[in-house]
Design a protein around this ligand. Structure first.
Ligand SMILES: Cc1ncc(C[n+]2csc(CCOP(=O)(O)OP(=O)(O)O)c2C)c(N)n1
Length: 235
């Protein structure tokens, strides 16, 4: 089993594409096994397995900071950051918390639970980095449900205006606790169905399938932090 051999994200970078796919399957199986026993969030965690793998493959946590909005989607992140044993006792005393906890791991850059806080927290970290002349990346992962919270707009407004270097990944699965409603949800649905977006998705699929073997973690990271500009929303 590959998962038991992953003690830190650096271990991921030794895997080839086929092994990464196997690891994604193992993560899903582990999450289903533990959640059916201990309870917890299931769908939101199953939905970010590949995304979490990709983020940890591209970036270098804990130097690079990953801020998860709400934090209910943190199970794959915990399993990839040395908490396999603790995860077996998920949400039990002495086991892994169901949310990111700074006291639990240096990989949890922010203790979360409330929705819509990640972009603001990440912006604060990015600003601190700039003041301290640091060089690490800061990544906020936010769902489309959490994105309906006003705090996100205050942070996006501030980040866009100040041009602070950070990455915002939007996980738009058209779901919150129930299907999303409202103008932003309608806008994102329209965006996902637009010709331009579909063309980019098609291009991305063909580019990544042909570049699979030569695309390394460091080249992906360089691409993410330089080519995409100061901050980026990705669906
Ligand atoms: C301020 C606040 N309100 C409500 C909640 C309850 N809550 C937990 S998860 C969630 C939905 C998040 O949806 P989304 O951001 O789309 O993530 P997904 O589950 O789709 O990955 C909500 C509203 C919360 N954690 N904080």
């Amino acid at each position: 089993m590959l998962l038991e051999q992953i003690h830190e994200p650096a271990d991921l970078k030794k895997l080839n594409y086929r092994q990464l796919r196997q690891l994604a399957d193992e993560l899903r199986a582990e999450i289903m096994k533990v959640v059916s026993d201990r309870g917890g969030h299931l769908a939101s965690n199953l939905g970010v397995v590949e995304l979490t793998l990709a983020i940890h493959y591209v970036f270098d946590a804990p130097e690079d900071k990953l801020v998860l909005d709400v934090g209910h989607q943190s199970y794959a992140h915990k399993l990839l950051t040395g908490r396999y044993e603790a995860f077996q006792r998920l949400r039990q005393q002495g086991g892994a918390s169901g949310f990111p906890q700074m006291e639990e791991s240096e990989y949890d850059a922010f203790t979360a639970g409330h929705a819509s806080t990640a972009i603001s927290a990440a912006l604060g970290m990015a600003r601190t980095r700039d003041i301290m002349r640091g060089d690490y990346n800061v990544v906020a992962l936010v769902g489309d449900g959490a994105l309906t919270g006003g705090m996100c707009y205050e942070a996006l407004n501030d980040a866009g205006q100040s041009n602070t270097r950070m990455v915002v990944v939007l996980n738009d699965n058209a779901m919150s606790i129930a299907p999303n409603v409202g103008a932003m949800s309608r806008y994102l649905t329209g965006l996902r169905q637009s010709k331009g977006y579909l063309a980019v998705t098609f291009w991305k699929r063909s580019a990544t399938s042909s570049a699979r073997c030569s695309w390394t973690a460091s080249s992906s990271r360089r691409w993410a932090s330089s080519t995409l500009g100061p901050w980026t929303a990705t669906t």
